[in-house]
Design a protein around this ligand. Structure first.
Ligand code: KG4
Ligand code: ZN
Length: 332
């Protein structure tokens, strides 16, 4: 039985996994604390993790109906993320493992996002192509049969989630913007305005989102205020469509180029309704088997960290005593 802890950004998360049975997954969002600043304040995040982590862990164990004595392995996100936030999770995991004699497993946040796809329902078996699109990361990775990763392409500048969040902010939507933009765009016309799709050339699977963000900035600067106000949903839909088009086009094109019949989605942006819909349509039309985790497993959670840990080795003694965190580090 695995107890997993995830504190890489602004969600304090714990989960309990028994084999492939998810017994509990608790996510305590700090959104309200950061909203007044319009984004995540790292020091505020660390302090709230510290206040919340024990309660969140207790709640996950209570939901699962197990006590700490039954936990054989403790898994924790060690990279990449906000360093102070990560350290709260790492210190907690080391303490629990030391106190209970459980084994300790270090997990990359991005490996975790991909591993959400290993959980039922719809568990995927590698090899597959995976689009990882989150607030801090966007790439296409090929997951080999042994679950190791090969990076196929990545963003050259902003992450897709960052582009959605910053676009939402330009449109006057409250933080966190990605989901709010998705909701506003639902009632808009995506053909109302034309925004550029970055690196839109055949054979180029890399992403670029800085151009579309700048285009929205100039569009709103130059538009008549009344038009920008009245057609806000249409502008939101047009902007979101350009960002999502890049993700869909490149994912489908890379899958075809690699002759890969199984495609998975990972990361918070996979919760986006347009991405889910368009990628489903395109995949069906091409006979690609597409797997998308339920929205709660797409955004940050600890269930995905527990899932990844099933396929990772325990940290040996005494190295586990000096386990630390890394803000950046390797892409996965
Ligand atoms: O994976 P995640 O929860 O955290 C990071 O690892 O970054 O991803 C967060 C990103 C944010 O940029 C947020 O705007 C985006 O996921 N997101 C969404 C939706 N829900 C979360 N983007 C679009 N539509 C959504 N419904
Ligand atoms: Zn994430």
């Amino acid at each position: 039985m695995i107890l997993a802890i995830e504190t890489s950004c602004d969600d304090t998360c714990a989960a309990v996994l028994d084999g492939d049975r998810l017994l509990a997954s608790v996510v305590s969002s700090q959104t309200l604390f950061h909203a007044r600043y319009g984004g995540v304040v790292p020091e505020v995040a660390s302090r709230h993790h510290l206040e919340l982590i024990n309660t969140v862990m207790d709640e996950a164990l209570a939901d699962a109906g197990v006590d700490l004595g039954r936990i054989g392995r403790v898994a924790v996100t060690t990279r990449p993320g906000l360093i102070g936030a990560l350290l709260v999770g790492v210190a907690t995991a080391k303490t629990v493992a030391f106190a209970t004699g459980a084994r300790l497993v270090a997990v990359s946040h991005l490996e975790g996002h991909v591993a959400a796809n290993y959980l039922p329902p719809g568990a995927a078996e590698p090899p597959f192509l995976c689009l990882i699109a989150s607030g801090g990361h966007t790439s296409l990775v090929y997951v080999e049969k042994d679950r190791s990763f090969r990076t196929v392409s990545q963003t050259l500048d902003d992450a897709a989630g960052e582009a959605l969040d910053k676009g939402a902010r330009l449109l006057g939507l409250d933080y966190p913007g990605g989901a709010a933009l998705d909701a506003l765009a639902a009632s808009g016309d995506p053909g109302f305005a034309s925004f550029p799709v970055g690196l839109d050339r055949p054979g180029n699977f890399n992403f670029s989102f800085s151009g579309v963000k700048t285009a929205l900035y100039y569009y709103l600067r130059d538009a008549a205020p009344a038009l920008a106000r009245e057609r806000r949903a249409d502008i939101a839909a047009s902007y979101q469509s350009a960002v999502i088009s890049a993700l869909v086009k490149k994912t489908v094109a890379a899958a075809e180029s690699l002759s890969c019949g199984l495609v998975c989605l990972a990361g918070g942006v996979s919760a986006n309704s347009l991405l889910r819909r368009r990628l489903r349509q395109q995949s069906e039309a091409r006979g690609i088997d597409l797997r998308i985790p339920p929205p709660g497993l797409c955004t940050d959670n600890a269930a995905m960290i527990a899932s990844a840990a099933r396929f990772l080795p325990d940290l040996p003694y005494p190295e586990r005593l000096s386990l630390g965190a890394q803000a950046t580090g390797l892409p996965v």
